[in-house]
Design a binder for this molecule. Sequence first.
Ligand SMILES: NC(=O)c1ccc[n+]([C@@H]2O[C@H](COP(=O)([O-])OP(=O)(O)OC[C@H]3O[C@@H](n4cnc5c(N)ncnc54)[C@H](OP(=O)(O)O)[C@@H]3O)[C@@H](O)[C@H]2O)c1
Length: 323
Amino acid sequence: MNASPSRIFAPGLLAGQVVLLSGGGSGLGRAATLELAALGADVTICGRRAEPLQETAALAEEAARRRGADADAAGGDDRGAAAGGAAAGDGRSAAVGTVHAAVCDVREEDQVDALVDAVLERHGRIDTLVNNAGGQFLAPAETISPKGFRTVMRLNAESAWLMSHAVATKAMIPDGDDGAPRGGKIVSVTLSPHHGLPGMAHSSASRAAVENLMRVLSIEWARFGIRLNAIAAGQFGTRTFLTKYPREMVESAAAMVPLQRLGTEDEFAWLVAFLCSPAGDFFSGSVLTMDGARDNHLGPWPDVIGNADADGNPLQEARRAKG
Ligand SMILES: NC(=O)c1ccc[n+]([C@@H]2O[C@H](COP(=O)([O-])OP(=O)(O)OC[C@H]3O[C@@H](n4cnc5c(N)ncnc54)[C@H](OP(=O)(O)O)[C@@H]3O)[C@@H](O)[C@H]2O)c1
């Protein structure tokens, strides 16, 4: 995971941009946050737990200080090179953005409203929203209860709507100083393969809903200058992916990808940064599938036929007690 200057993009590429990103305390969301901040964006991250969010903020702060020290050592002035960072003189580089942690359950309308208000109060604008928070539990469809289905739909689909609607109506549709709607970008994380992920009926349904939401809003909200896209992530080697699911499933995942490997957190982060940058300005209503060609491969994963338990039942996840 990247906690240093971008290896891909120019320093200060996103200077002055304000980004709100959900699920920034871990995995793909943390990697994207660090990349965006390294490029100068001020990122507010949210999740239900404060601790992982604060860890991400601390990593970004450490990277900013390291760059400030490097610039001092080189005799150059990385500080003040771009807007968006903290004031020079505190040891950190001003070409690097800030990361603010905010506890928020994105399923809860009131919390989402309060979060968006708080970002606007702090920064006065939101340029990009990244709907990254999400999750599911692996279970054969016939065992998913109505409550379980609803829970995943709320987390993956309804939250994307709540966040997108709140950010659009409060930050992007209102007029800016020039009298025109401010506009902005919304990126939502969905999943590949699109032809169905066995054991994840709820998640497959919710991600399809989000992709269509991005598509329809890209038409409706084009008049406000809002661009919406989805990143359909294939299998990425995040901690959650590597530790949450049955071992057989994780170990067989890379072999089902035509490129024969999992995606990396950095690769995801770079795509998010690209979309935030001017290079992403003409993307709207697109689903960018990032999966090493997994979507085009007809082999099933998880393999419900080959990967069954001794009784022939499809694999399912062992549910952990909450605590
Ligand atoms: N890794 C993959 O292979 C893969 C593939 C396809 C799609 N995806 C999707 O990509 C996204 C990131 O995945 P990841 O692997 O990085 O997983 P992860 O590390 O588990 O990240 C999920 C994040 O979402 C947050 N979150 C969960 N429920 C939330 C809620 N109700 N409100 C606010 N935040 C919430 C979590 O923080 P808290 O627990 O603190 O709330 C966590 O930081 C997820 O949507 C995932 O489903 C991942």
